[in-house]
Design a protein around this ligand. Structure first.
Ligand code: PLP
Length: 454
């Protein structure tokens, strides 16, 4: 009887572990690194992929078309001429702090991509989430004959457009930040919008959305259930568009535009990315759309010289599990007796996107997991060393530069890829995914918890 309960796709936990030893680490909630054995040469993966650079460029152009709208509707984007983009910052003091904390030297430079400070919604979701709402709004405007071509998209900020959009609704399931991003954007354009929040969602995120006229439905279950409920309710209403975080190609492409922008920022900073100067990117991962889209873009732009790793909490390492077993969204962490409970609310996902898992299979370099306490500690370290305050999820990527000092599997990756020498001339980029909108008292308690653990 006992055994039967533990069958996952017909196999016992022990059988899974035997076939994929990393499942042993995952089940024991041990931090681990998994290297993708199915990666193929980047050029070939690009050729075989159903999404292309043209798709990414198309998404980039759409965001440019909307820039005049943003300048008008969100004055905080005026300085960047209506383009929502985050700073790239060299974090030398944090590097020193990490080295001391980890008792290890970090070869290469450390930079942070501060999506925490993206305008409008303060997280990486300001990329994909906002993009998908804009695309939908543009489609509706075209169908209603509101766009003839050539006009400035400032007109999206008008009663005429808002009246049309008010006949439509948008729904989304979220652990918090996606809801924030979709909710704020949709409400601003004039849509009716419902956000289905999982139990992990922070109260302030729900409060903020309600204050903007968004309908927030709360669930006592986790993210997958919130998405499923939201999807079902949306299906009943032909005028409702559901942003499907688990399967959305549009979201994914919105995220991928980050790579084009990063390429420019690297050029401006004089940072080379090539055979002699590898780029290591560490991306906090929930369902996978954000990190997947960004990593996909980076592979298109930098090819095999971009080494992309997804970072997840030990209690919610769904992408790691799906990738390592090759079963993607057919398995969840709960299937393996793991609770999906983590302070990193943005990453509290038990079942990864099958769409992202399959698409990224030939591209991906690997995944790793880390404990919640480490995120708290690094949160306090970032605050003390750089004066940058982040939400716990955002710190998952900051562990990346220490992987080589902690995990033989990562050292073996460096050896196999011929990176042992060049890493010293390379760049580590921690994708810092959220935090600037966290209320002060909440931030204070994160920080104090981190300090206490240090
Ligand atoms: C959503 C989120 C992520 C991960 O994005 P997914 O698309 O869910 O993988 C990472 N960090 C933060 C802060 C997030 O809100």
């Amino acid at each position: 009887m006992e055994k039967k309960e533990h069958l996952v796709l017909g196999k016992t936990w022990e059988e899974w572990e035997k076939e994929y030893p990393v499942v042993g680490d995952i089940r024991a909630l041990r931090e681990t690194v998994w290297i993708n054995p199915d990666k193929i040469p980047c050029g070939q993966a690009v050729k075989e992929c159903r999404l292309t650079m043209d798709d990414v460029l198309d998404a980039g152009s759409r965001l440019e078309r909307f820039a005049p709208y943003f300048e008008k509707a969100f004055p905080e984007t005026a300085a960047s001429h209506g383009i929502i983009e985050s700073p790239l910052k060299k974090i030398t003091k944090m590097k020193a702090a990490l080295e001391e904390w980890g008792n290890a030297e970090i070869p290469g430079e450390l930079w942070a991509k501060l999506d925490s400070h993206l305008a409008v919604s303060g997280s990486i979701k300001a990329r994909g989430g906002i993009y998908e709402v804009l695309k939908h709004a543009e489609d509706i405007a075209v169908n209603h004959g509101l766009l003839r071509g050539g006009e400035s998209y400032e007109i999206f900020d008008s009663d005429k457009f808002r009246n049309v959009f008010s006949q439509y609704s948008i729904g989304v399931g979220s652990t918090g930040n996606l809801g924030l991003s979709i909710g704020i954007m949709s409400a601003k354009l004039g849509f009716q919008v419902t956000v289905h929040m999982s139990a992990d969602a922070r109260q302030w995120k729900k409060d903020m959305l309600r204050s903007k006229g968004v309908t927030v439905k709360e669930y006592e279950s986790d993210y997958s259930v919130a998405v499923k409920e939201g999807r079902q309710q949306a299906q009943k209403n032909p005028h409702c568009y559901f942003v499907d975080d688990e399967n959305s190609r549009t979201l994914f492409l919105g995220y991928s535009v980050a790579a084009l922008r990063l390429q420019k920022q690297f050029e401006e900073q004089g940072i080379p990315v090539d055979k002699d100067h590898p780029l290591f990117v560490y991306l906090p991962c929930g369902v996978g759309g954000g990190p997947g889209g960004v990593a996909f873009g980076l592979k298109l732009v930098f090819g095999e010289h971009a080494h992309c790793f997804f970072a997840e909490p030990t209690h919610s390492c769904c992408m790691l599990l799906g990738m390592a077993t090759g079963k993607n969204n057919e398995v969840s962490v709960q299937d393996f007796g793991i609770d999906n409970i983590t302070v990193a609310d943005g990453l509290a996902v038990g079942r990864a996107s099958g769409f992202v898992g399959a698409l990224m299979r030939p591209f991906m370099d690997g995944c790793y997991s880390l404990e919640d306490d480490k995120m708290y500690q690094m949160l306090a370290m970032m605050a003390d060393s750089e004066g940058i305050y982040l939400e716990p999820s955002a710190l998952a990527g900051m562990y990346g530069p220490l992987l080589g000092s902690r995990f033989p599997a990562f050292r073996e990756y460096l050896r196999a890829e011929g990176l042992e020498e060049t890493i010293a001339r390379g760049t580590h980029l921690a994708w810092v995914t959220g935090g600037s909108m966290v209320p002060e008292d909440e931030m204070k308690s994160y920080y104090e918890k981190g300090k206490a653990l240090l």
